[in-house]
Every structure is written in structure tokens, then in C-alpha cells.
Design a protein around this ligand. Structure first.
Ligand SMILES: C[S@@+](CC[C@H](N)C(=O)[O-])C[C@H]1O[C@@H](n2cnc3c(N)ncnc32)[C@H](O)[C@@H]1O
Ligand SMILES: [Zn+2]
Length: 286
């Protein structure tokens, strides 16, 4: 019989139970009964039909909805971020051990999907996000990795358990990241540089030049202050934008959130043919 998403999820948590810890009491999990993970203090977390788990106990939401994440997936799968993914693969390849790779704030999960095809030895992949819709989309790759709803500030992992943390355009919590990383483990953080999605900012904020610029100075300084920065790389390229993809391009990032209806109409009516990707990749070691 064909395996279902929930079967992949159950197999993953059964096999890798010792990497997890309860986000409520921070104790280890002792068993999986049926489709439920149970911690030492009897806190229970159920697998959904999609083979995902909802870990945060307080109500937290993400503004990243399905429509936006589907547009994002389309563009990622058309190689919008390919040079970034290739760089990440190289960084992982250079490490001697990579048994657990976690994409924090994974969105719809395509970065995990891509990495899976880059390696012969089989690290274990996990992706999590606060967006339930993102994690549901991620579960399309449940044969390849385990996806769950989780919070970067309280990860359901034991201390010193993860070899690589990916943190791609998503929020960080460095104390928590250093807690879960194995000694010698690495975190790879991708942050926008000043010209990132510049054409998109220009069309959505053509009447508000202040909003057209972006600086990552604070994010960069905080990383350097809190983490042992061992490598950094600035990557800039132009991605050709086809007319057929233009709507997805406009929808795939949070930039349009602050734009007025008028500005959105202006953006639609003024398509650009190239989009600038300008990022810094930061590598920190524990
Ligand atoms: C710009 S998106 C990036 C998604 C994905 N890494 C990508 O590049 O396609 C930022 C993501 O961070 C997630 N996020 C925001 N706060 C979070 C938190 N506290 N814990 C986990 N994920 C969070 C959002 O739901 C969103 O999916
Ligand atoms: Zn517990």
C-alpha cells in the first residue's frame, strides 16, 4: 500500500525521538504511541493527517498566507534563489558531519526539497515555520523531511543536537540557536542587502522614496555580536522576469503588505523585466 504523509511523519518521530524535546517543559520525549509523541511529563503532541506536528502551546500566527507562499514556491522552483541554494549546498558539503539539517522559518519548504537532491549521504532534514499554511505546503516533501509548526524562539530540540541550522530570510534567536547546535555545528543565515528586490520596492513605493531603501546594518551587527562569524559572502545577481510570472513575483515577498491599493495597481501596470537578488550569507559556528 502506498505510504501516506502521516506514515512518513510517524516513522520520522519514532526513529529520531531523541533529537526532540518538549517545548512546554523542556524534558525529553519518552515514546510515540499511535500518532502521538509523549514527553516525560506526559505532554502530548499529535501528528496531523499531513504528518506534521503543532508544537507552540500559545496562540501564535504568521502573516504569511497560502496565496503568498504558493507564489513564492513557484518562483523558487523556477530557480529564483538557485545561486543561494548552491552556495548553501557547498557550505554543508564542506562540513565533515551533517546528520541533522534544520530549516528554521522554512516557509513552504522548497529549500529543503532542493538540498535533498544535492547530497548522496542522507542527512535528516527538518523544516519548521510558524505559518501553518507554509508547513502544510512543506508536507508535500514529507517523504524527504519532517515538517512542523514551531517557533524559532523555543525550538523542540535537545541541547547540542543539530549539525546545521538554515535561517533564510527568517527571524533568528541566537541564544536558542546556539543551545540546539552541536559543538562545531554551523548556522547559515541569509539576509537581504540594500539592493535586494529593488525593482519591486520601486514599483510598490514609487511615490514614497523613503520606503525604497533597505539597510541590513542592525541585523548584521547583531549576528556579529552574538555569534562567532566564521564566513560571509555577498551574492548579487539579476533574475529575468517573464510576463507570465509577474503576478507571482509581486506576491512572493512581504514588500506589498504596506502598499496602498493605488500603489499595487501602479505596480501591476509597470512590470519590470529583471529582479535584483542581493544578499549576504553569514556563517556562524558554535
Ligand atoms: C520571508 S519568509 C522566508 C521563508 C523561507 N525561508 C523562504 O525563503 O522562502 C519568513 C518566514 O519566517 C516565518 N516566521 C516568522 N516568525 C517566526 C517564528 N517566530 N518562528 C518560526 N517561523 C517564523 C514566517 O512565517 C515566514 O514563513
Ligand atoms: Zn513536556
Amino acid at each position: 500500500m502506498l505510504k501516506k504523509k502521516i506514515d512518513y511523519g510517524r516513522e520520522f518521530i519514532e526513529t529520531h525521538l531523541t533529537v526532540f524535546q518538549c517545548p512546554k517543559c523542556h524534558k525529553g520525549f519518552i515514546e510515540v504511541i499511535g500518532n502521538t509523541m509523549i514527553c516525560q511529563n506526559n505532554h502530548r503532541f499529535d501528528l496531523s493527517k499531513k504528518g506534521t506536528i503543532h508544537f507552540p502551546d500559545h496562540h501564535m500566527t504568521s502573516d504569511y498566507d497560502k496565496e503568498m507562499l504558493v507564489s513564492r514556491r513557484k518562483m523558487i522552483q523556477k530557480d529564483l534563489y538557485l545561486p543561494i541554494m548552491e552556495e548553501i549546498s557547498l557550505l554543508i558539503e564542506q562540513e565533515t558531519s551533517h546528520d541533522y539539517i534544520v530549516d528554521m522559518g522554512c516557509g513552504e519548504g522548497s529549500f529543503i526539497d532542493r538540498l535533498i537532491h544535492d547530497f548522496n549521504d542522507q542527512p535528516n532534514y527538518l523544516g519548521f515555520d510558524l505559518s501553518k499554511e507554509g508547513v502544510q505546503l512543506g508536507s508535500d516533501f514529507s517523504e524527504e523531511g519532517f515538517f512542523f509548526i514551531g517557533d524559532v524562539t523555543n525550538m523542540p530540540f535537545r541541547n547540542d543536537s543539530i549539525t546545521t541550522l538554515l535561517n533564510i530570510f527568517s527571524p533568528s534567536h541566537y541564544d536558542e540557536m546556539l543551545r540546539v547546535l552541536k559543538p562545531g555545528g554551523q548556522m547559515i543565515k541569509v539576509i537581504p542587502e540594500s539592493f535586494y528586490l529593488k525593482e519591486m520596492r520601486e514599483v510598490f513605493y514609487h511615490d514614497n522614496p523613503e520606503k525604497q531603501s533597505y539597510s541590513n546594518e542592525n541585523v548584521y551587527e547583531k549576528f556579529k555580536k552574538d555569534v562567532n562569524l566564521v564566513k560571509e559572502k555577498h551574492l548579487t545577481y539579476q533574475f529575468p522576469v517573464n510576463a507570465a510570472d509577474y503576478e507571482d513575483i509581486l506576491m512572493m515577498s512581504p514588500i506589498h503588505w504596506g502598499a496602498s491599493e493605488q500603489a499595487k495597481a501602479y505596480a501591476k501596470a509597470h512590470p519590470f523585466s529583471e529582479l535584483t537578488i542581493d544578499v549576504k550569507i553569514l556563517v556562524g559556528k558554535k
